[in-house]
Design a binder for this molecule. Structure first.
Ligand SMILES: Nc1ncnc2c1ncn2[C@@H]1O[C@H](COP(=O)(O)OP(=O)(O)O)[C@@H](O)[C@H]1O
Ligand SMILES: [Mg+2]
Length: 401
């Protein structure tokens, strides 16, 4: 890398953020704190990130004229939305530095490319097969056994674009329901829990990883993140080491979320990766001196990366849809709850509207019952039932229902 390319962006430089969602919004807020301007490329004018950016380009993420106009107005491009076309990524890269590099996005936006890359890098994965035809689906089912999970390779999120196939009679419906092909069939992991690690890598190769956290989903949407993950130190360290290996293998410049399964015997399998801030890193906004968003901005701007220190334990609870938003007056009236809202006018069902962080002294993260109690108005009424059924880590729960 040339000295020019390795130089940090000076204050008042413009960071271009592709994508108008909450991840871009919180990145833009962190950038402003460091004295940078942001310019957001969004597909609608009232997008969460557009509300807080210094400048906004509205247009389609794959429209060449829009991308050119945007890239010419910024000093560096980064992403909160990964699904820019290969042509679009090339166009951006021809006009300004793109961090993380387009090659990394091309891997993460396609589950087959992602699995191929990770397997090549020696990263442990659940068994998987590419499924382009009905015959390949039969072969995958025979190899994986039932149940297994069938997923689209692109544009999946919050469990959309996937089916658990639990019986032979479900093969046809799942194959017909999911598009486009090829699909990917994955062994069903009867996991003990799910973890994730946020890792950043700077222009100079410095690596910083936050502590591993536990993620619990509800209706296929991230519900709670527990920081640190209540797992053995060995598992937590192995999770961080795995995330660092992925970041190194990608030659990442930027931030990466690595989602993993902890199997019943305590080994780790990588589920998926996302080269951007991640919902499971929102706890860092309040529990760390340097949040995932500041780390992202620093990496993208070529600034030094400070240690990913955590000063508190934390629980992050997502605010999803109208039911959670109905609790907003009670949430803001509850001392100790640290609310973050994304500026979305309409609380549609299943839509991530914001999140709440709750801090605990380091080492003081309570068990499930204590966490629910500490969430005040957000405590779930069925907590007693969860405890009765021993659903502490809810293994497989969401796919059984
Ligand atoms: N192979 C699998 N075995 C068991 N559960 C899975 C498997 N793949 C996904 N899941 C569950 O579904 C959730 C969402 O799947 P994921 O592949 O992360 O897609 P996305 O987050 O893009 O919706 C995971 O966090 C996990 O709870
Ligand atoms: Mg996921």
């Amino acid at each position: 890398m040339t000295a020019e390319a390795a130089r940090a962006l000076p204050p008042s430089s413009v960071i271009g953020i592709v994508g108008g969602g909450q991840l871009g919004r919180m990145s833009a807020m962190a950038a402003a704190r460091l004295g940078y301007r942001t310019h957001v490329l969004a597909d609608e004018p009232d997008a969460p990130a557009a509300q807080v950016a210094g400048a906004v380009t509205i247009g389609a993420y794959d429209d060449p004229a829009t991308l050119r106009r945007f890239a010419e107005a910024v000093d560096v491009v980064t992403f909160e939305f990964e699904n820019v076309s290969a042509d679009g990524l090339e166009l951006l890269a021809a006009l300004c530095p793109v961090r993380p590099a387009g090659a990394i996005l091309r891997i993460s936006q396609d589950r087959l490319a992602e699995k191929g890359f990770l397997a090549e890098a020696g990263i442990p994965l659940a068994p998987w097969h590419a499924v382009g035809t009905r015959a390949e689906l039969d072969r995958a089912a025979a190899a994986l056994g039932l149940p297994f999970v069938l997923k689209t390779t692109r544009l999946g999120y919050d469990g959309k674009g996937q089916r658990v196939v639990a019986a032979a009679s479900a093969l046809n419906p799942a194959f017909e329901a999911l598009a486009p092909r090829p699909l990917v069939a994955e062994g069903y992991v009867d996991f003990a829990c799910e973890l994730s690690v946020m890792v950043a890598r700077g222009l100079d190769g410095t690596i910083r990883a936050y502590d591993a956290v536990q993620n619990r989903h509800r209706h296929h949407i991230l519900d709670l993140t527990l920081a640190p993950a209540p797992v053995t130190p060995e598992i937590a360290e192995a999770a961080v080491a795995l995330a660092v290996r992925v970041a190194e293998a990608l030659s990442l410049v930027g931030l990466l979320g690595v989602e993993m399964f902890v199997t019943r015997d305590g080994s780790l399998l990588v589920n998926e990766i996302a080269p951007r801030p991640h919902n499971s890193g929102h706890w860092t906004l309040d529990a760390c001196p340097v949040s995932q968003f500041e780390m992202h901005v620093r990496a993208v701007a070529g600034l030094p990366l400070p240690p990913a220190t955590r000063h508190s334990d934390a629980v992050m609870r997502n605010l999803v849809g109208p039911d959670d938003m109905a609790l907003w007056p009670a949430i803001v009236a509850t001392p100790g709850l640290l609310p973050h809202l994304y500026g979305k006018r309409e609380a549609r069902s299943g839509r991530k509207m914001g999140h709440v962080n709750r801090l605990f002294p380091k080492g003081g993260l309570p068990g499930s019952f204590g966490i629910e109690a500490a969430l005040g108005p957000l405590a779930r009424r069925q907590v007693e039932q969860d405890l009765d059924t021993g659903a502490e880590s809810l293994p497989g729960d969401r796919t059984r229902t």
